[in-house]
Design a protein around this ligand. Sequence first.
Ligand code: GLV
Length: 322
Amino acid sequence: MSHVYVTHRLPGERIAELGQHCDMACWPGPGLLPADALRAAVSEADGLVCLLTDRIDAGLLASAPRLRFISSLSVGLDHVDLAAATARGIAVGHTPGVLVDATADTAFALLLAAARRIAEADAFVRAGDWRPENAWSPDFFLGRDLAGATLGLVGLGAIARAVARRAAAFGMRVVGWNRSPRDVPGVEQLPLDDVLAESDFVSVHVALAPETRGLLDGERLARLRRGAVLINTARGGIVDEVALAEALASGRLGAAGLDVYEREPLAAGSPLLSAPNTVLTPHIGSATALTRRRMADLAAANALAALRGERMPHCANPEVYG
Ligand code: GLV
């Protein structure tokens, strides 16, 4: 019987069903599976169901001689060396589609929170600063309007398009850029530099890959409008965090809403922690109970198909099927 290792307890029934078709072991926790335990687990596994926190590099794959498939509970696969997996004939599955609305909601929540200073206002009330001498006035806690503003989308995949639908409902003009031009109704396509220069709000929606690492570096961030707001729910490595923190501190950028970081958890010394007008959330883009159950179901479906010798419903390297 095939041996499948699952690196975290997962919700839903399909993962239990997977256990009826293989000899399945699961990291019991507490916490995340440590790297040395992952190495020990894959050395004997035929299949792996993993999270985006499990780093699956070429060295790890070299110590997994029996591994035939990897099924990740994530849409992003920057934690997996896809080329090394493909070279070894290992099919890699992921979970696109089911997390689109939840992640677009998070992007929009950050956009609204950054635009209307929600986190800052909450802290203000809790700190007891809301006193008669410091209360409602015509210029009290002024934020930014969404209606009539321009939202620039960096990447036009499914999550970006879901953000565009939300923006349209708020009366925003939407412009966007995609590496391969893509016709999206309601989104005016522009070169990346023009998207940055024309937008009041910019939301990042590209996958992290060698071509997109550092895409929004200091030079590109400098093209943003004075006072613009940057939202990132994609991956931290796409935006230069030091340059972003500097642009916020200098007041050149107006605000930011970030859910993802170059290194997660965010280091205690990160300049983003002291950047002004910045809303930070801990990588919760797809974190709703229903979405996580759907992701687990899809990860289990990918693994089940691989166990049966069939194509995974969502395989990121279909070239392994020849
Ligand atoms: C979340 O970041 C994912 O890739 O699913």
